[in-house]
Design a protein around this ligand. Structure first.
Ligand code: ATP
Ligand code: MG
Length: 397
């Protein structure tokens, strides 16, 4: 059977690696064959587990494996033809060799190749659970969200490449002074596109795969997580839990008292922004989370009331359809009954009030100039309509 896949993402330094490793230990202890995969070139997963790791899975304890994917290695395996061709093109144009080398790798691509390890584990079916410690902000997941564009390339552009290229090659050489890419370049790109489509399918399988957002109870960290949450929803990736890490416990002394109070307010904001997705918390410990004992302490706190491997929430909490004249948003509000609905849009933030509950939501930048025009409650969900800028102006007149 295909493995349960859990991706951890969040801003830098919030505790992704610690929580991923803690989750992995807990899953293995519960009897599941588990692997935790890190794509971070800094060896923090190895540090947290106190085990040296390599590019191939290595055994950590009973049923627990860990792997530090080497982005460079993956790049060499998957992208060398493109790099060679583009590199020569750039060098011929006077770019020095080292810069050319850098320029042949679009930002995020190395991380993307690292994520292909997920697909390999999926195909092998050796593990019950695959846990991924992702790069900050989940930018890369965004790259995976264009399977339709990718499919179009694959179906429309690629089959034509033979005759097209044959015709273009002499012209390109004579007029443009460039050499067109050879077959191997197209093979690399074609394979990447196929892999992207496969990865997208794996990660959008809402029965088996989910993302967990890790954050600390700090304003800027929460705001970034909210933006990530919005586009994860929009692209169809299920967020099944948020983890608020490093919450000051009640017994902190007076020195941190005011800060703790602020954290408690921020925790309320987290519930308003991510509910009904479960919010799991872990305290700020009195020492670093390094080694099995501390990882298990963290795991005990985060998963005190829930099963670490389970799917903790089952459906997307937001859906957005943007048309030419308007946009429609569906927002889960399972506890709301028929009542007064209030909507306020400030910039890209939408604040929804229903029956004394508040939900806040970061809208995607595409909706900057849209104005909310109506809202209704139905089947535990709120449906909001927005007017596109032209229609909003006409209405205002
Ligand atoms: N609840 C906690 N209490 C105390 N220290 C913690 C806690 N959680 C994590 N830490 C410590 O905070 C540091 C950062 O944690 P971690 O490496 O897990 O974050 P990260 O999100 O993976 O960072 P990066 O973005 O750099 O990969 C580590 O030293 C870790 O041991
Ligand atoms: Mg990390």
């Amino acid at each position: 059977m295909a493995p349960r896949t859990i991706l951890y993402t969040g801003k830098g330094g919030v505790g992704k690696t610690s929580v991923a490793a803690a989750t992995a230990r807990r899953c293995a202890a519960a009897g599941l064959e588990t692997i935790v995969v890190s794509t971070d070139p800094a060896h923090s997963l190895a540090d947290a587990l106190e085990t040296p790791l390599g590019a191939q899975p290595s055994a950590v304890t009973d049923r627990l494996w860990a792997q530090q994917v080497g982005a460079q290695e993956e790049m060499e395996r998957n992208w060398s033809a493109v790099q060679d061709w583009m590199g020569e093109l750039l060098v011929a144009r006077g770019v020095d060799r080292i810069s050319a080398q850098e320029l042949t790798v679009p930002p995020g691509l190395d991380e993307l190749f690292s994520l292909l390890a997920i697909k390999r584990h999926h195909d092998e079916e050796r593990f019950d659970v695959v846990i991924v410690d992702c790069a900050p902000t989940g930018e890369t997941l965004r790259l995976l969200s264009f399977p339709d564009v990718a499919r179009w390339w694959l179906e429309k552009v690629f089959p034509q490449r033979g005759p097209l290229l044959a015709a273009a090659r002499p012209i390109a050489r004579a007029m443009l002074d460039v050499s067109l890419p050879g077959e191997e370049v197209f093979d690399d790109v074609g394979r990447l596109v196929e892999n992207l489509i496969a990865m997208n399918e794996i990660l959008r399988d809402n029965q088996r795969a989910s993302v967990r957002l890790v954050m600390t109870p700090d304003r800027m960290v929460i705001d970034e997580a909210r933006r990530t949450f919005t586009y994860l929803n929009l692209y169809g990736y299920l967020t099944d839990a948020v983890v608020v890490n490093r919450v000051f416990p009640a017994q902190v002394d007076a020195y941190f008292g005011a800060w703790r109070e602020r954290q408690q307010h921020h925790l309320e904001d987290v519930r308003d922004a991510f509910g009904p997705v479960p919010v799991l918390c872990a305290p700020y410990f009195d020492e670093e989370v390094v080694g099995p004992a501390m990882l298990d302490r963290l795991g005990d706190a985060v998963f005190a009331d829930v099963d670490a491997a389970a799917l903790l929430h089952h459906h997307l909490t937001q859906e957005l359809v943007v048309g030419a004249d308007d946009a429609r948003l569906r927002l889960d509000l399972p506890f709301a009954r028929k009542g007064e609905v209030s909507l306020t849009k400030i910039g890209l933030e939408l604040i929804v009030g229903v029956d004394g509950h508040k939900r806040t939501l970061m809208l995607p930048p595409a909706l900057t100039d849209y104005q909310p025009s109506g809202a209704s409650l139905d089947d535990g969900a709120l449906h909001v309509t927005f007017d596109a800028p032209a229609r909003a102006r006409a209405r205002a007149r």
